[in-house]
Design a protein around this ligand. Structure first.
Ligand code: F6P
Length: 470
C-alpha cells in the first residue's frame, strides 16, 4: 500500500487528533502516504475532494497535536446512503483518482454503518471514537438478539428492539471495552458534579445534572466518580415515587441532593423524559435534550413547597431544585492520558489492518483481567444484526444497581481499569501552565483551521499538477 486516506465523521470527541497522530506515525514507519479528508464524508461528496497531505516526506505535519481536542480535519454528520450507488461509485472514483488504496474512517456506530457500502468498493476500516461509549458489543453474540417489527411511522418501516440477553455478562467478553473520548467526557462530568455539589450543599438545593450519551448510560455511570447521590441511566426505567422517596430521605439527612441523569432517561412506561430531535448522521441518530428539566418539573409537582419551607431551606420547590447540563464541554478540550494513549494505538492499528488486507474491520480496544488493555482487529460484519444494521451499544443491566441508583459492584469493576490511571501528570501540569498564561488575555485565539486551510488541496489542482509533471 502506497497511499491511504483518513477522515473523522460524526460528533467530535477530544481524542480524534490522537487517533490521527497514531495513524500517521504508523504510516511513517511503513512508508505509506496518508491524506486527511476535510469534514468527514462531506469531502468525498465534493467533486474537488478537499484534503490535506498529513505526512509529506513521511513526516507528520506540525498541526497534528494529539493533546488537542477536536479534529484538525473537521467533522460533519454527513450521511452515506448505502442505496445511492451513483454517489458511492463517484466517491470511489474520486478516491482512486487521488491514488487512495484504503480508507480509515474515525467514527462511531453511525460511521460504521456508513462505511459498509464503501468497503464493498475500496478497502475501508474503522478506528472507533465516541464519548457515548456505544460503539462495541457487550458480548460477541449481541447483534443476534435484535428483532424487528414493521412500523409504518418510522424511517425504513421497521422498529428494532433488543430481546432479553441470552448470555451471562462477563467483562472479559466485551468487544471494544471502551471508546476514545469516553474517559475525557467522564473526567469533565465528574468534575462538574464535584463543583455543583458544593454549591448545592451551601444553598440547601437539589441539583439535577444532565449528561450526554443518547440512549446509552455509560457516561452517566462513569459520572459516579464525582459522587452524586443518584445516577439515572436510560437503560433502566425508574419509578418517580421511589425517586422522590430517596430524594427526601437524603435531603432530610444532608440538606442537599445531587442527581445525575443521562439525557435519554425513560419513565416506567418507557417514555423518554427529554425531547427528541432528528439528526442527520448515518445511523439516523436522534439528539436528546431536556431530560433534566422534565425531571425537575415532575419533582416540583411531587414535592410540595411547604416541605422546603418547613425546614427554612427555601421558599419553594421551584427555587430549591435546579438543573444544569454539562453539554458540549464533554466533547471538547484536551483529552486525558487514557484517551490519548489508546486512541493513538487504535489509529496505528487501523493502518495495520489495511496493510494486512483486512477490509471492513474495526480497530478495537480489548481488555481482560489477565492481559490488561490491547488493540486488536474485529470483523465489522460481526457488529451487524441479521438485517445488516449496526446498533448503538447500551450499558448492560449488570453494571447498574437500580435499588441504590448507582454503579453495581460489576459496574465499579468495569470502570476501574479505565479510570484508575486515566489522568496523566502532564494533564494537570498543562492546566497549571497554560490556563492563566498572561498571553491568553492579550493574544487572540489562533484556530487550527487557519493553518490547515493553507494546506488543503483539491482534486482538480492535483490532476493539473500531475499533467504538468508528465
Ligand atoms: O454522540 C455524541 C453526542 O454528543 C451525544 O451524546 C449527544 O446526544 C449528541 O452527540 C449531540 O449532538 P449535537 O452535537 O449534534 O448536538
Amino acid at each position: 500500500m502506497k497511499r491511504i486516506g483518513i477522515l473523522t465523521a460524526g460528533g467530535d470527541t477530544p481524542a480524534l487528533n490522537a487517533t490521527i497522530q497514531g495513524a500517521v506515525a504508523r504510516c511513517n514507519q511503513l512508508k505509506i502516504e496518508i491524506f486527511g479528508f476535510i469534514k468527514g464524508f462531506n469531502s468525498l461528496f465534493n467533486p474537488k475532494v478537499p484534503h490535506v497531505h498529513l505526512n509529506p516526506l513521511y513526516q507528520e505535519i506540525p498541526e497534528i497535536d494529539p493533546t488537542k481536542g477536536g479534529t484538525l480535519l473537521g467533522s460533519s454528520r454527513d450521511y452515506v446512503d448505502p442505496e445511492d450507488h451513483g454517489v458511492l461509485d463517484k466517491i470511489v472514483d474520486r478516491l482512486k483518482r487521488l491514488g487512495i488504496e484504503g480508507l480509515i474512517c474515525v467514527g462511531g456506530d453511525g460511521t460504521l454503518n456508513g462505511l459498509q457500502p464503501i468497503a464493498e468498493r475500496i478497502p475501508a476500516v474503522l478506528a472507533p471514537k465516541t464519548i457515548d461509549n456505544d460503539l462495541g458489543l457487550n458480548y460477541p453474540s449481541e447483534p443476534d438478539e435484535w428483532v424487528r417489527t414493521p412500523d409504518a411511522k418510522v424511517k425504513d418501516g421497521f422498529r428494532y428492539k433488543r430481546t432479553e440477553p441470552g448470555v451471562i455478562f462477563n467483562l472479559n467478553h466485551i468487544v471494544n471495552y471502551v471508546t476514545p473520548g469516553f474517559a475525557t467526557a467522564v473526567f469533565v462530568t465528574a468534575t462538574g458534579v464535584e463543583r455543583i455539589r458544593t454549591t448545592a450543599e451551601s444553598h440547601r438545593r437539589i441539583a439535577i445534572i444532565e449528561v450526554m450519551g443518547r440512549h446509552s448510560g455509560y457516561i452517566a455511570l462513569g459520572s459516579a466518580y464525582g459522587r452524586p447521590d443518584m445516577v439515572l441511566v436510560p437503560e433502566h426505567p425508574f419509578s418517580l415515587e421511589y425517586l422522590v422517596e430517596r430524594v427526601k430521605h437524603l435531603y432530610d439527612l444532608q440538606k442537599n441532593v445531587v442527581i445525575i441523569c443521562g439525557e435519554g432517561i425513560v419513565d416506567e412506561s418507557g417514555e423518554e423524559f427529554g425531547a427528541e430531535t432528528k439528526s442527520t448522521d448515518p445511523a439516523g441518530n436522534i439528539a436528546l435534550s431536556g431530560a433534566a428539566e422534565a425531571l425537575r418539573a415532575k419533582l416540583i409537582q411531587m414535592i410540595p413547597d411547604r416541605y422546603f419551607q418547613l425546614y427554612r431551606r427555601g421558599e419553594s420547590a421551584r427555587e430549591a431544585i435546579f438543573t444544569r447540563k454539562i453539554g458540549h464541554t464533554q466533547r471538547g478540550g484536551r483529552p486525558i492520558l487514557f484517551d490519548r494513549f489508546y486512541a493513538a494505538q487504535q489509529g496505528g492499528k487501523a493502518v495495520e489492518l489495511l496493510v494486512e488486507g483486512q477490509n471492513n474491520a474495526v480497530a478495537v480496544l480489548q481488555y481482560t483481567s489477565t492481559k490488561g488493555f490491547y488493540v486488536d482487529g474485529y470483523d465489522a460484519n460481526r457488529f451487524r444484526d441479521r438485517w445488516g444494521l449496526i446498533h448503538a451499544r447500551q450499558m448492560p443491566a449488570a453494571l447498574y444497581d437500580s435499588k441504590h441508583m448507582k454503579p453495581s459492584a460489576l459496574g465499579i469493576e468495569y470502570l476501574l481499569p479505565i479510570f484508575t490511571d486515566a489522568i496523566g501528570d502532564d494533564d494537570m501540569e498543562h492546566t497549571r501552565q497554560t490556563l492563566f498564561a498572561a498571553g491568553n488575555l492579550a493574544q487572540p485565539y489562533h484556530s487550527i483551521n487557519t493553518d490547515i486551510n493553507k494546506r488543503i488541496r483539491c482534486i482538480e489542482a492535483d490532476v493539473v499538477a500531475a499533467q504538468k509533471a508528465a
